[in-house]
Design a protein around this ligand. Structure first.
Ligand code: PMV
Length: 336
């Protein structure tokens, strides 16, 4: 893990002077887990109507969780809330669900645990924050129990939490925040996308929370009222996502960048961009990005721009902050 959790917990009975003997198969005194952010490179919105979505891992932004044994009940410590799970506010319910589902997965639904969460992933920015926290919690609880969750079980836990967070998640976030490399997501089926060359990106936060549900609803209404035009735009987005797979395999930055900018124009025409997102995209291109687009649901959230190198991504980040981005992050997807 890149950082250590800053919160120091008091010793539990198990660690304070060996007050209680452990049996060999008892949980460890602590468990740790992490997961990373994700960004959608191609296919947002079109994926709802059957296109593939291409997502990249953002290893530079992590959610971490640490679990300790407690006498009874579930105690959560996080930036948003610290206290008993039973008294947690609505916004924490996905986390409570992740903890309960993970304890059920390891066959200890009644176990007492103290769960600390530290996440560098901003929420409501299309970066997979809720899914990454749920995955970190699931991995930490499994680690605490001396177990490793298989991919399917981990996915199930994260999806349960995501249903509480978002109602009807496609599963893309749950897969992308635990995938090491670029993935293609087709109707729930995930496959690795060969990445011919390392690709460096910059992400810039518009400072405006995006609502995926609102954006998806807006596209749906538009598709009903202006069917031909909207379907035309969606099918061009689908084709870009499909065709990008070859470009990514070749590591062809010119082609990937051109497709990103084209996808942004189409997303703008479909109505999910905003003046702020458009001006950040323009600023990225003016500063020398190969291409730039909004990422995720839109109507706020982030843009993503393709750079030449990690250093170039840093330069683009500076230009984007000058152009009004609230904050920026750089991310490099390794060749794979
Ligand atoms: O905003 P995000 O990162 O959750 O992405 C939403 C992607 C959409 O295609 C707009 C919706 C979906 O469920 O796939």
């Amino acid at each position: 893990m890149a950082r250590t959790l800053p919160i120091r917990l008091p010793h539990t009975e198990d660690t304070a002077g060996g007050a209680r003997e452990r049996s060999a198969d008892a949980p460890r005194s602590t468990g740790e887990g992490s997961a990373h952010a994700k960004a959608i490179l191609f296919g947002e919105h079109a994926v709802v109507y059957g296109a593939p979505a291409i997502a990249i891992p953002i290893h530079e932004l992590e959610a971490e969780a640490r679990v300790e044994s407690a006498e009874r009940g579930i105690r959560i410590e996080s930036e948003l809330y610290s206290g008993e799970a039973s008294a947690a506010p609505q916004g924490m319910q996905p986390v409570v669900t992740a903890i309960e589902a993970s304890l059920a997965q390891i066959g200890a639904p009644q176990a007492g645990v103290r769960v600390q969460i530290l996440s560098a992933i901003p929420h409501s920015r299309g970066l997979g924050s809720s899914a990454a926290v749920a995955a970190a919690v699931a991995r930490a609880i499994a680690d605490w129990a001396g177990r490793t969750l298989g991919e399917g079980n981990l996915f199930e836990v994260v999806q349960q939490a995501e249903r509480v967070a978002h109602g009807n998640p496609s599963g893309l976030d749950a897969r992308a925040v635990t995938a090491d490399s670029t993935i293609r997501f087709d109707f729930g089926v995930v496959s690795a996308v060969r990445t011919g060359q390392a690709l460096s990106f910059v992400l810039a936060d518009s400072g405006i929370a995006g609502s995926t549900a609102e954006a998806v609803g807006a596209v749906r209404s538009r598709r009903e009222s202006d069917t031909d035009v909207t379907e035309g735009l969606l099918s061009r987005l689908a084709r870009i996502a499909e065709d990008s797979i070859e470009d990514i395999a070749r590591g062809d930055r010119d082609a990937i960048g051109a497709r990103m900018s084209e996808a942004h124009d189409l997303l703008d025409q479909i109505g999910v961009s905003s003046p702020t997102l458009n001006s950040l995209v323009d600023a990225a291109i003016a500063a020398g990005a190969y291409g730039a687009k909004l990422t995720g649901g839109g109507l706020g959230g982030c843009i993503i721009a393709l750079a030449e190198s990690p250093q170039h991504a840093e330069q683009l980040g500076r230009a984007l902050r000058q152009a009004g981005a609230l904050r920026t992050w750089t991310a490099t997807v390794p060749a794979a």
